[in-house]
Design a protein. Structure first.
Length: 113
């Protein structure tokens, strides 16, 4: 099984899409898994969920559980399946319950401010 490490990251983190700020949080977590690049997760309560529409896509990770995906809808674009959440994560990842991660791309940015 892949080794998962979750830690609180310092500072305030912002996620933007299409020029809009989707969320800002001082409670971000960084999840490291094996040799993959670390992923920043932001609390769902700090995200403007009105910009996110649940999509049909789901995936399963042996270490984290089932992921639910969301598309980001804003004035200028739709970013399909650009965010995901483990709503009932497995024990190794239970700290990320109620958190969202974002697929960083040309239209979605997450950064420390």
């Amino acid at each position: 099984m892949t080794n998962i490490r979750i830690r609180k990251v310092e500072g305030t983190w912002v996620v933007r899409s299409g020029g809009a700020v989707l969320g800002e949080s001082a409670n971000a977590l960084e999840l490291s898994e094996g040799d993959m690049a670390p992923v920043i997760y932001l609390p769902r309560n700090d995200i403007a969920m009105a910009f996110l529409d649940r999509s049909e896509k789901t995936t399963t990770c042996a270490a984290k559980g089932d992921a639910t995906y969301f598309s980001i809808v804003n004035k200028s674009s739709i970013s399909e399946n650009a965010a995901w959440s483990y709503e009932a994560p497995l024990e190794a990842a239970e700290e990320i319950k109620d958190y969202l991660a974002f697929d960083v791309s040309d239209s979605v940015k997450i950064e420390k401010v």
